[in-house]
Write a protein that binds this ligand. Sequence first.
Ligand code: GNR
Ligand code: NI
Length: 175
Amino acid sequence: MTIRPIITAPDPRLKQVSEPVASVDDELRALMDDMLETMYDAPGIGLAAIQIGVPKRVIVMDLAREGEPPAPQYFVNPEITWVNDEEVRIYEEGCLSVPDYYENVERPARCGLRFLDYDGKPQEVACDEMFATCIQHEMDHLEGILFIDHLSKLKRDRVLKRLLKERRLREKELA
Ligand code: GNR
Ligand code: NI
């Protein structure tokens, strides 16, 4: 397993729409293993493949709390089958591709999810609470959408400007 670099905004790769996976084979499982290790190292609770530059519809997640045993979850070709628009959940989100920024995002509180698991077996589950928030955040990544795209243009432009400035500084220090 390998920890891979995480791409940060504003990077055009994060705007790509990811492609469906043709088959869940050992090569894909190796990618999912790398994603999980990268996510744990960050640390984060979810990661979409595009965040390490791979435009495939693959997500890993672990919502175990501190002190609980690890609970890795793998989602290949995930599809939201239904959302409950009546009930929303507001959560202060962050993203490994938008470092050091947190803001409230409102999303449907519950949704259904269909996907292939680590073994390529079809699964269907109902999501609520943190699972619902996180899976919708990750599904957005597969469409090239970041959580800051749900905020006002003012807030989005402010954080993107700061990230660009930080990148230029890093590049200058390396030169
Ligand atoms: O680690 C993460 N925490 C988080 C917190 C609130 C809502 C979503 C997330 S996902 C994020 C990791 C990440 O960027 N996944 O794409
Ligand atoms: Ni994210």
